[in-house]
Design a protein around this ligand. Structure first.
Ligand code: ADP
Ligand code: ZN
Ligand code: ZN
Length: 719
């Protein structure tokens, strides 16, 4: 018997091995095989009785790893689809899809456990002084009920260590996972709109169908999919939920546990420790897990009883993998639903234009929600402040300063949104015009005054701040533009009495983690934040959102920039005025008449989407054409160009429906010392593009690359 094995090597083929003991039941099992001088773990994809490899050279598989049950046909089908569609070897897809532990022959860990407070722990909690904040947070979480390790780790920085030590002390005990019927806790009487939405979705639970749950922030989309999940669990099926943000999954896991007591809930993210991930994966695989909640890689969780797939914030760019197998988890989720014959629900307040187009053309079912669920009253009032009429002072327009002062006086909270971290985006010499660039990237270094360093936000290089201009010796270098740190200082001087908190990835790293920072954020008067603050957090007292550099998204060369800007601004606006206090959003701009802003002010996503879709149709951009990019990277820009030229020469001929553009540098032409260029390919037909790419990539894989790294990106989102 011969097994045909998918291995994580950059060759688009399967590898044959002798395996005397192999049977059909081993298809989908992992197998340990020799490969050159190494030993690799691969996946058995097929059995065969003969091989193209001569018998004398055919090596024997070392061991079939049967301790994990074989991956099922549906899972294999998804992996094969991913391999074909994104033009990557199946072995690379399998490697990207499996937890790292399963890519080795190491033993499989024992079953996962939950954690609970012991009586001694309860006594300790009462006695521990409040300055031990992290320990108290951990124990108080458990005082509310059992929790998983990942949830506890998210309670505080160093949560895992704290957990381990508390177990040693006897304050926390590990306990068996719950094994009861999942129940659902009803929290709200649904609004009539919500009832209508749920009845539409409920009607389609038995078959594959894609629905777009499209409703403004706070319209109760989460509530609807929670109810739908309850229905699916009641039918003894499993549910897969994909979310964009790693930082939000612990909070979501906690919310799910509250609403689904008794359910076995598993999270899957790239940030979790290897053992924890593989334990959850095994629960999903053996059918124990009821709910799998995770970021894009969770789309590959094996789910034998799958009954529903939910993709929350489906427009989010983080669903697209940006290296290796460049898959879109949103798109694979749909394929997955199709393979399993189960419904897929996409949720968004600002859907991707692809999804919106499908929903309006009838390919997807559109399930709209037009009003907020609570305080039906008001969406926030959005005002545009013209910076030509109201020149900014230190980056902030006077009407925004006044609005901030008014909130301070009323004891309400404000958010100042600026999607640019650091102190200033450029350091320059006013005498000769020199600008400090990164020596490894085609980008400027960003000034970080707090640590007195310059940082490259693309490659991570850091340097000290020079004392004088290297060109003309001028000692008076200036920081141009404003990032969150600078705005923090400006507002600190302006409002010395205010509690100001900056929330961006720098402050999250410097302080004790994002969760902790968000906890403190509820007590601040003014929050200054980047997009990590725009997503999904609810602040009860927040009534004002000010937006500082929104214009930067208006005139980008990337045709997706306006779509992203609209989504982001609406998300920021969604932070303002959630409870009983009406919200207000002030956007400072030089272009208040811009159609994007005009739609935003009217809360008119549909109008915005229609006009942008019309432009895209006119200009021949997705979703009306399909795209792929062939990219090349090399230390030498000429080599990359030459590679792409010869790739074009060897591209399949005779297809009038395919347009191949000339090689062009990427918008960030140099990254970490590598010169980057690409060739864009377009077609109005997805299947013709696929056929073209299949032939093209086969020939590229056969050609030596001469020191050039290359890859194909199908449905690219960055240029
Ligand atoms: P979305 O996901 O659309 O932003 P959520 O589902 O998070 O909205 O709901 C927003 C808020 O409204 C939440 O605090 C939720 O608990 C509450 N909510 C949702 N549905 C109802 C309802 N029918 N009645 C009262 N409150 C509701
Ligand atoms: Zn100079
Ligand atoms: Zn750099």
């Amino acid at each position: 018997m011969i097994v045909r094995v998918a291995l994580d090597v950059p060759l688009p083929k399967l590898f044959d091995y002798r395996a005397e003991d192999a049977t059909r039941a081993d298809i989908g099992c992992r197998v340990l095989v020799p490969f050159g001088k190494k030993r690799l773990v691969g996946l058995i994809v097929e059995l065969a009785t003969e091989s193209e490899v001569p018998a004398s050279r055919l090596r024997a598989a070392e061991r079939i790893l049967r301790e994990v049950a074989p991956l099922r046909r549906e899972w294999m089908e998804l992996a094969k689809f991913c391999s074909n569609y994104y033009r990557r070897p199946l072995g690379e897809v399998v490697a990207a899809a499996l937890p790292s532990r399963l890519r080795s022959a190491r033993p499989i860990p024992d079953a996962p456990r939950d954690y609970a407070l012991t009586p001694a722990g309860a006594d300790a909690l009462a006695a521990i002084p409040s300055r031990h904040r992290r320990l108290r947070a951990l124990l108080s979480r458990l005082a509310k009920g059992r929790a998983s390790a990942s949830e506890l780790a998210a309670q505080a920085k160093g949560g895992r260590n704290l957990l381990r030590r508390s177990i040693e002390t006897g304050w926390i005990a590990s306990i068996e996972l719950e094994r009861s019927e999942p129940r659902f806790v009803h929290a709200h009487e649904l609004t009539s709109e919500q009832r209508q939405a749920i009845s539409i979705l409920r009607g389609g639970l038995e078959k594959f169908r894609v629905s777009l749950l499209f409703g403004v922030t706070g319209s109760g989309k989460t509530e609807i999919y929670l109810q739908l999940i309850a229905e699916v669990l009641a039918r003894s099926k499993q549910v897969l939920i994909l979310v964009p943000e790693i930082a939000l999954t612990p909070a979501l896991e906690a919310a799910f546990r509250d609403r689904f007591p008794g359910a076995c809930i598993v999270t899957q993210t790239s940030a979790m420790p290897e053992l924890e991930r593989v334990r959850g994966w095994l629960l999903a695989h053996n059918g124990r897990a009821d709910i799998v909640l995770g970021t894009r890689l969770a789309v590959f969780a094996p789910l034998p009883r799958l009954g529903l797939v939910v993709v929350d914030e489906e427009q989010d760019a983080s669903f697209k993998q940006r290296e290796g197998v460049r898959y879109s988890a949103r798109d694979l989720a749909i394929t997955r639903g199709q393979i399993a014959g189960v419904p897929v629900v996409l949720c968004s307040a600002t859907p991707s234009l692809e999804s919106f187009q499908h929903a309006t053309s009838g390919k997807y079912e559109l399930v709209p929600l037009t009003r907020r669920a609570i305080d039906r009253a008001a969406l926030p009032a959005i005002r545009l402040i013209d910076t030509r009429v109201h020149p900014s002072q230190e980056g902030i327009v006077p009407p925004l300063l006044e609005a901030l002062a008014a909130r301070l006086a009323r004891g309400e909270q404000s958010l100042v949104f600026l999607n640019r971290r650091g102190y200033a985006p450029a350091l320059a010499c006013p005498a000769c015009g020199w600008v400090k660039g990164c020596r490894r990237c085609s980008a400027n270094m960003v000034v970080h005054l707090a640590v007195q360093r310059l940082n490259c936000h693309h490659c991570g290089l850091t340097e000290g701040i020079p004392r004088a201009c290297p060109e003309c010796g001028n000692p008076d270098l200036q920081a141009f533009g404003r990032g969150t740190q600078r705005i923090e200082l400006v507002l600190g001087e302006r409002f010395p009495q205010a509690r100001i908190l900056r929330v961006d990835s720098d402050s999250a790293r410097a302080k004790s983690g994002l969760e902790d920072l968000l906890e403190r954020a509820t007590h601040a008067d003014i929050l200054i934040g980047t997009q990590i603050l725009a997503k999904g957090h609810h602040f009860e007292r927040l009534t004002l959102a000010g937006v500082l550099n929104a214009d930067s998204g208006l005139f980008s060369s990337d045709y997706r920039a306006s779509e992203r800007t609209f989504a982001q601004l609406q998300q920021v606006a969604g932070r303002a005025g959630r409870a009983n206090l009406p919200g207000e959003v002030l956007i400072q701009t030089r272009y208040p008449e811009h159609p994007l802003y005009q739609s935003l002010v009217r809360h008119d996503y549909r109008g915005f989407a229609r006009s942008v879709l019309a432009e895209r149709r006119e200009a021949g951009f997705p979703p009306f054409v399909f795209e792929a990019a062939l990219r090349a990277e090399s230390h030498d820009a000429l080599r990359a160009q030459r590679f792409l030229r010869s790739a074009i020469d060897q591209s399949p001929r005779g297809s009038a429906s395919i347009t191949v553009f000339d090689p062009a540098p990427m918008s960030l032409a140099r990254l970490a010392g590598m010169e980057r260029a690409q060739v864009l390919v377009q077609s109005r037909s997805r299947s013709r593009l696929q056929a073209f790419l299949a032939e093209w990539s086969d020939s590229l894989y056969r050609t030596p690359a001469h020191g050039v790294r290359w890859h194909l990106d199908v449905d690219p989102i960055e240029f």
